[in-house]
Design a binder for this molecule. Sequence first.
Ligand SMILES: *[C@@H]1O[C@H](CO)[C@@H](O)[C@H](O)[C@H]1NC(C)=O
Ligand SMILES: *[C@@H]1O[C@H](CO)[C@@H](O)[C@H](O)[C@H]1NC(C)=O
Ligand SMILES: *[C@@H]1O[C@H](CO)[C@@H](O)[C@H](O)[C@H]1NC(C)=O
Ligand SMILES: *[C@@H]1O[C@H](CO)[C@@H](O)[C@H](O)[C@H]1NC(C)=O
Ligand SMILES: *[C@@H]1O[C@H](CO)[C@@H](O)[C@H](O)[C@H]1NC(C)=O
Ligand SMILES: *[C@@H]1O[C@H](CO)[C@@H](O)[C@H](O)[C@H]1NC(C)=O
Ligand SMILES: *[C@@H]1O[C@H](CO)[C@@H](O)[C@H](O)[C@H]1NC(C)=O
Ligand SMILES: *[C@@H]1O[C@H](CO)[C@@H](O)[C@H](O)[C@H]1NC(C)=O
Ligand SMILES: *[C@@H]1O[C@H](CO)[C@@H](O)[C@H](O)[C@H]1NC(C)=O
Ligand SMILES: *[C@@H]1O[C@H](CO)[C@@H](O)[C@H](O)[C@H]1NC(C)=O
Ligand SMILES: *[C@@H]1O[C@H](CO)[C@@H](O)[C@H](O)[C@H]1NC(C)=O
Length: 451
Amino acid sequence: MVTVKHLLLNLLAAKLFHLANAVYIDLSNKTSIDHAAALIVQGTLDYYEGDRKGGTIGMFQEPYYWWEAGGVWGSMIDYWFITGNDTYVNMTQQALVYQAGDDWNYIPLNQSTVEGNDDQAFWGIAAISAAERNFPNPGSKEPQWLYLAQAVFNTMASRWDTQSCGGGLRWQIFSWNNGYDYKNSVSNAALFHIAARLARYTGNQTYVDWAVKVFDWMESINLITVEDPWSFVYDGAEITNNCSDIVKYQWTYNQGLVLAGCAYLAAYTNETLWTNRTMWYMESSQVFFNNSVLYEAACQSNYHCNNDQRSFRAYFARFMGLTAQLVPETQNQIMSWMNTSALAAAQSCSGGTDGHTCGINWSYDGWDGWYGLGEQIDALEVILNSQILSKDKPYTHDTGGTSTGSGDAGSKTTATNVAPLNITGKDKAGAGVLTAVLGLSLVISSIWLML
Ligand SMILES: *[C@@H]1O[C@H](CO)[C@@H](O)[C@H](O)[C@H]1NC(C)=O
Ligand SMILES: *[C@@H]1O[C@H](CO)[C@@H](O)[C@H](O)[C@H]1NC(C)=O
Ligand SMILES: *[C@@H]1O[C@H](CO)[C@@H](O)[C@H](O)[C@H]1NC(C)=O
Ligand SMILES: *[C@@H]1O[C@H](CO)[C@@H](O)[C@H](O)[C@H]1NC(C)=O
Ligand SMILES: *[C@@H]1O[C@H](CO)[C@@H](O)[C@H](O)[C@H]1NC(C)=O
Ligand SMILES: *[C@@H]1O[C@H](CO)[C@@H](O)[C@H](O)[C@H]1NC(C)=O
Ligand SMILES: *[C@@H]1O[C@H](CO)[C@@H](O)[C@H](O)[C@H]1NC(C)=O
Ligand SMILES: *[C@@H]1O[C@H](CO)[C@@H](O)[C@H](O)[C@H]1NC(C)=O
Ligand SMILES: *[C@@H]1O[C@H](CO)[C@@H](O)[C@H](O)[C@H]1NC(C)=O
Ligand SMILES: *[C@@H]1O[C@H](CO)[C@@H](O)[C@H](O)[C@H]1NC(C)=O
Ligand SMILES: *[C@@H]1O[C@H](CO)[C@@H](O)[C@H](O)[C@H]1NC(C)=O
């Protein structure tokens, strides 16, 4: 928590000593964007432990969880792709390979008792991004980007659960973790999203079929609404009532997962059904903008965003950028939001001891005293993606993508929620506390968006 004293002192320090080091961007000057992004990336990597003595490759320091590291490496791919700066290519590649785990499916042993479907998905999304952007491929004895994305897809799809609610993924993979009885949007929307991207990359119809199945299921239990003008993505539902009570928090990253998934399907299938849906999720995203400045509406207004939630806008900005590339009809609206938000975010990156630490409230004049890994990548992604239309669209295996994979990647591993491992009491308690804290802060921190 940021105390008032801490906040005031930092604000004073920022104003007096650090204005000279603040991030500055001019949207039509690529050099200024590259320079700003380099500064923000420096601040991001201040939290990286993998290059420190005793640190684990791929991991960020406490309190940042493993899943968010997957999010950050996805942002580092964007950094390389959009600026062309290859300084961190090796670091990013090493992280993505090291955390792939022994089975090359992003269930590394260290996470294997606490990992949820959504956690695994965020690393899978980094992997499919690496394939689509032609991020330098790992050595031939190492897992390849496409393979990793397919392994994540296959292992997630194998957990599809028809025992309750007519289908869907549970939030948790393991029965001992709190949240096992919750079917949430982020897990299911991520499966939809990864399937849509694999469909377009590989041209394999099975992925389209899966994407349609997940989307239709989410619609059938009202986890998502699919209508003009309000197409929303809600948080999730307990299986206890057969998913009839929808928990209606709305998060930017959930909206973005569905939005971009629709855009990939629109681009791949050419069906107006998907173009229409893309437009609806795009237009409905206006609930996350205040005067065109992106904010995490469900928690930011009362300063209750937790560490996870403070990074959601980064993925949303990335997914909006992809959508603008894939569905031209969205470009005016998306780039108008992106431009305004990028400028607002950049001026907030003017605090801390380095003089360019990013804050949370981009409507605030200058840095607002907040700082963290999420604040850094939120600003990074929205600033980078202001340039996305000058870059190539995501590649496919027919248009320049060189990554290789396998349709049955990951499928030799046992479906983990069917045959849970034996875990010790200690691990179990740890996992329970962790999810309880998350669950509690979700409740405290969120307000319903009543419209
Ligand atoms: C573009 O931005 C760079 C870095 O901020 C600056 O040095 C340069 O003068 C700018 N160029 C123009 C044409 O404004
Ligand atoms: C590339 O990134 C590094 C590290 O952020 C930075 O020091 C360097 O100036 C960047 N190069 C260019 C050309 O922007
Ligand atoms: C990355 O690593 C390779 C081999 O380890 C090396 O040749 C290359 O120069 C490195 N690239 C950068 C940008 O550091
Ligand atoms: C797992 O944890 C151990 C102990 O902290 C560490 O040495 C190892 O590098 C970690 N492996 C992965 C893949 O994170
Ligand atoms: C639970 O919901 C699913 C999907 O809406 C439905 O098909 C199923 O019949 C319901 N089961 C019960 C017991 O109500
Ligand atoms: C979709 O349209 C594009 C451009 O018109 C075309 O190249 C592509 O083959 C079409 N895809 C399908 C699946 O029809
Ligand atoms: C898409 O939207 C257009 C314009 O609103 C409408 O005419 C068309 O029927 C829609 N197509 C589908 C498949 O929903
Ligand atoms: C929206 O931004 C304006 C200033 O631009 C501010 O007065 C207002 O409080 C902001 N609303 C929220 C919900 O943050
Ligand atoms: C963000 O800053 C604006 C402008 O100072 C202010 O009006 C608004 O209340 C702030 N938002 C929050 C959530 O504090
Ligand atoms: C975003 O900013 C760029 C650079 O100034 C400009 O070319 C573009 O037209 C802007 N886009 C929108 C939709 O405002
Ligand atoms: C298509 O994907 C499915 C699901 O991963 C896989 O089982 C199948 O082998 C793939 N087909 C081809 C031709 O790669």
